[in-house]
Write a protein that binds this ligand. Structure first.
Ligand code: NAP
Length: 287
């Protein structure tokens, strides 16, 4: 099976490398062409447009920053859709809104191709370790065909039904994650301001009901409150909050805490922290 991979950012690079290591025939494309070089040196072919990627592959995977980036690589004369033909598969693993996924499915179906949305849970390290959670929805036939591919990127893979269900699930997941991370930042800020030992607070949290891998991974970094190299860029988390709030409005479900947390993330963005890790919101809280 020939696999195309568009979008070699933090997540896409690691995921594509795992597919190469698993022995798949991989062709890559990225807007900034220099990011293709490490993959090419490991044996990947490089396409000169998303269209060329789709033309030479059976399944095209996209891992783009946001809905706008998905549209830019999907549409137009050099886009993925232009290269799709009957029976091919288009697998979008980016985190986007429901409307974007539904439009991707419609465009793929118009070409006789299949579509699957498959956003992921997990960050840089789970992407490297192939332990992502993959939430898939759309054409079940493409889910079945691409399962052996997804199994080389993730450890928990779920089929959730019709297109849109995975986008909804991913947004619900991320608002929980972001809320928990923000609470951790505030707890550590309060501990520090009160003269407590922050390492001891992390120890207390880890031995209680909220013990989790994210607190263990990011806790010491937030306690130090200095360097926040991106594993999950803050600008992408604010995008997810924005999309979750839009979904909430569409469904009539108020999200009291998420709306407030979104304001915090918007402030962090306006302070130039978009390319830092989303834990850098701690710098705003402790100001
Ligand atoms: P990233 O490192 O910022 O990479 C984003 C990718 O999108 C890059 O390939 C970038 O190309 C491309 N891109 C951005 N704007 C574009 C445009 N206008 N036209 C064409 N290409 C464009 O992001 P990431 O962290 O890998 O995240 C990718 C997706 O996964 C996002 O939807 C994010 O929400 C989601 N996600 C991320 C994490 C995480 O922890 N990082 C976890 C789960 C899900 P260039 O290289 O040219 O900039």
């Amino acid at each position: 099976m020939n696999i195309g991979f568009a979008g070699l950012g933090i997540m896409g690079s690691a995921m594509a490398i795992n597919l190469l290591k698993a022995g798949f025939n991989i062709t890559v494309w990225n807007r900034s062409a220099n990011k293709c070089a490490p993959l090419a040196s490991m044996g990947a072919a490089v396409a000169d447009s998303p269209r060329a990627l789709a033309e030479r592959c059976d399944i095209v995977i996209a891992m783009m920053a946001n809905p706008q980036a998905v549209q830019l690589v999907r549409d137009g004369k050099d886009g993925i859709i232009a290269g799709l033909t009957k029976g091919k598969g288009y697998l979008d693993m980016s985190t986007v809104d429901v409307a974007t996924s539904i439009e991707s499915a419609r465009l793929a179906h118009d070409k006789g191709a299949l579509f699957l949305e498959a956003p992921v849970g997990g960050s840089r390290k789970p992407a490297e370790d192939a332990t992502l959670t993959i939430m898939a929805a759309g054409d079940q036939a493409l889910y079945e065909t691409s399962l052996p591919v997804m199994e080389k990127m993730g450890k928990k893979i779920m089929f959730l039904g019709e297109t849109g269900q995975a986008a909804r699930m991913k947004l619900a997941n991320n608002l929980v994650m972001c809320g928990a991370l923000t609470a951790l930042c505030e707890g550590l800020a309060l501990a520090s301001a009160s003269g407590l030992n922050t390492a001891q607070l992390l120890e207390v949290l880890d031995s209680g009901a909220v013990s989790n891998p994210m607190f263990r991974l990011k806790g010491p970094q937030i306690a130090a409150n200095k360097e926040f190299p991106a594993a999950f860029p803050l600008k992408h988390m604010q995008k997810d909050l924005r999309l979750a709030l839009r979904l909430a409005e569409e469904t009539g479900q108020p999200l009291f805490a998420t709306a407030t947390i979104n304001e915090l993330y918007k402030t962090a963005l306006s302070e130039g922290l978009g390319d830092s890790d989303f834990a850098a919101v701690s710098l705003i809280i402790r100001k």
